[in-house]
Write a protein that binds this ligand. Structure first.
Ligand SMILES: [Zn+2]
Length: 143
């Protein structure tokens, strides 16, 4: 499945500066994940406080690569453009730093998705500054 980038689709509501920075990062081709400078805890989704100790976390750029932690296959969807894209996999990707990020897996048949599958992230930018992350099978070895 390929994403039709020209199709209108619902976008995330950017309610705070943390979500704006995260989705702007994807629009610039950068995966930004928060890490706490006090206790080194990694967290996702982005928020104002470290969920472990309450300190102020900082964004750190991560390589957009990971493995499929779990997944599901969407086979029914009543709303366009998703209706035209079924069936498609939704994956929970575990990054090396341990955080998990959910997204749509593209460029892969639903029969080939599996737990432990190496994947890489990429984004499609909507409204000039909202980069929506997608995942595809990793074709090159991780460095
Ligand atoms: Zn902390």
């Amino acid at each position: 499945m390929k994403i039709d980038a020209s199709a209108a689709r619902p976008l995330p509501q950017l309610l705070d500066r943390y979500s704006r920075e995260y989705f702007k990062g994807w629009a610039d081709g950068r995966l930004l994940v928060q890490q706490c400078p006090d206790c080194s805890h990694w967290q996702h989704y982005p928020r104002a406080l470290c969920e472990n100790c309450g300190a102020t976390p900082q964004f750190r750029e991560q390589e957009p690569v990971g493995t499929v932690y779990t997944y599901t296959i969407i086979r029914q969807m009543g709303v366009e453009p998703f209706r035209s894209e079924v069936p498609y996999p939704i994956v929970m990707v575990e990054l090396d730093c341990g955080v998990k990020i959910m997204g749509t897996l593209t460029d892969c048949s639903v029969e080939d998705v599996h737990v432990g599958m190496p994947v890489e992230g990429y984004s499609i930018t909507f409204d000039d500054s909202i980069g929506i992350p997608y995942w595809r099978p990793r074709t090159s070895p991780q460095v």
